[in-house]
Design a protein around this ligand. Structure first.
Ligand SMILES: [Zn+2]
Length: 97
């Protein structure tokens, strides 16, 4: 079957997901970008932060194809804040143990 990339949808997260681009958490209640399709004969479903999808689209249009290394992108500021906060909480839990 030929590759097929569906039109992205913008659902609201009912549980936490992981952004395929930056690897950061997509929080419950957050509106994210979901894209489904077929690639190399296998169905895929990618989820992105709205910002990450835009960044990715920018970069991919620069290179002329939709390709990137998953979980390698930069966190958007607000996501970085969440990750830092969780990391600090995890460290605090470890220190307190
Ligand atoms: Zn992201």
């Amino acid at each position: 079957m030929a590759d097929h990339h569906g039109t992205p949808t913008h659902p609201k997260a009912r549980k936490e997901h992981r952004c395929i681009y930056c690897g950061g958490p997509i929080l419950v209640g957050e509106q994210y970008v979901q894209q489904e399709g077929f690639y190399d004969g296998a169905p895929y479903r990618n989820r992105y932060h709205a910002e990450c999808y835009e960044t990715c689209a920018d970069e991919c249009s620069y290179y002329g194809e939709w390709e990137f290394s998953p979980y390698n992108g930069e966190y958007p500021e607000r996501v970085k804040a969440v990750v830092d906060q969780r990391r600090a909480a995890a460290d605090a839990a470890l220190l307190g143990a």
